[in-house]
Design a protein around this ligand. Structure first.
Ligand SMILES: Nc1ncnc2c1ncn2[C@@H]1O[C@H](COP(=O)(O)OP(=O)(O)OP(=O)(O)O)[C@@H](O)[C@H]1O
Length: 345
């Protein structure tokens, strides 16, 4: 189990915290994804778990063990964590097996045990046949597998990943997502995975913490983020395509089209791309301008401009786009948020 309590990290005195009062708990064996845009503090949070940064305030516990607080910190090497970064940082002059063996050798393990562990780890990531090659002689995806094998060889109880797939091409990312899920199941290690890619969160996580400016916007199961977004930020950040947030004023869409379904709200109405459709002018429609049409799994994702907002809508490929393009509104918004992005009852 990993438990964070009121965790804060500020760099330098007087500066705003980059991790701001984060509390959460995941059970042993969980796959926790820290999801958020660039600069939201997710790498800093991961580095505190790894023991590479110390908290300014708050605590980190692994099980019952206090591993870090403002006044004490268990050294990184004693935390039982393995870490994989975006760059693989393999030793170019060592073979694949040599790279995987390196942390075992440094920890002083018996050579016979090391040989077994290296073979086991290479086998688990499916590159046993590459053991004698050098990093320059294998592909990027294979190098990533070496980095994974090197991380799991010491059998860490906690695996930490910082955007490990962002250097890989799209098809390799799909393959590696599957591979990481398999590795997580095979090792049973509690996993914390940092990414700005919501698809990675949706496909691999058992738990997701969505971070924005150092704070948790929502912590929950991946499906909950889609069906019950806690804030407008979450609604805008997850989903393929993400949901639309249409400004509403005093119960009128864009302040123009009054609708009892908006219950007099001023703020943002959440409309999923599948919940409205392209139409001509009508009593419940708003004028829109087409920006882009992208085919997706037999349907079209149409990006339009609605007022000064970019929005998306799913359309059927057979139907031609109406000449005087409008968006026909749903019967009711999926959710309503106030101007600060907090849910309205
Ligand atoms: N050692 C440091 N000293 C000062 N500021 C730092 C330090 N490390 C990170 N920061 C700042 O903290 C903020 C959060 O950085 P962090 O790397 O945790 O974000 P992130 O969400 O992982 O972003 P990215 O996805 O771009 O890596 C950023 O504004 C960054 O500039």
């Amino acid at each position: 189990m990993i438990t964070l309590e009121n965790l804060v990290k500020a760099f330098g005195t007087g500066n705003a915290p980059v991790v701001d009062d984060v509390s959460l708990s995941v059970p042993a064996g969980a796959f926790l994804v820290l999801l958020g845009p660039s600069g939201c503090g997710k790498s800093t949070l991961l580095r505190m778990l790894a023991g590479l940064e110390n908290p300014t305030r708050g605590t980190i516990r692994f099980g019952d063990t206090l591993v870090a607080s403002a006044s004490q910190s268990l050294p990184a090497g004693q935390r039982g964590v393995g870490l994989v970064f975006q760059s693989y940082a393999l030793w170019p002059h060592m073979t694949v097996a040599g790279n995987v063996d390196w942390p075992l050798k440094v920890s002083g393990l018996d050579p016979a045990i090391r040989r077994i562990r290296v073979a086991e780890a290479l086998d688990l990531v499916g590159i046993a046949d590459l053991a004698g090659r050098y990093p320059a002689e294998i592909s990027g995806g294979q190098q990533q597998r070496v980095a994974l094998a090197r991380m799991i060889a010491p059998r860490p109880q906690i695996m930490l990943f910082d955007e490990p797939l962002s250097n890989l091409d799209a098809s390799l990312r799909v393959e590696m997502r599957h591979e990481l899920t398999r590795l997580h199941a095979a090792t049973g290690a509690t996993t914390v995975y940092v990414t700005h890619d919501q698809v990675e969160a949706m496909t691999m996580a058992s738990h997701v913490a969505v971070l924005n400016r150092g704070r948790i916007e929502q912590f929950g199961r991946p499906g909950d983020l889609l069906t019950q977004p806690a804030t407008a930020f979450v609604a805008r950040f997850v989903g393929t395509p993400p949901a639309n947030l249409v400004p509403v004023q005093a119960g009128a869409w864009l302040g123009l089209l009054p609708d009892p379904a908006l219950r007099g709200a001023t703020g943002l109405a959440m409309v999923r791309a599948q919940d409205w459709h392209l139409s001509g002018p009508g009593p419940r429609s708003l004028p829109a301008q087409k920006i882009e049409v992208v085919p997706l799994a037999g349907r079209l994702v149409v990006t339009c401009k609605l007022g000064d907002q970019r929005v998306t809508v799913i359309a059927e490929p057979e139907a031609p786009l109406p000449a005087d393009l409008h968006l026909a509104l749903p019967e009711a918004p999926y959710a309503l948020f106030n101007i600060e992005g907090q849910p309205l009852p």
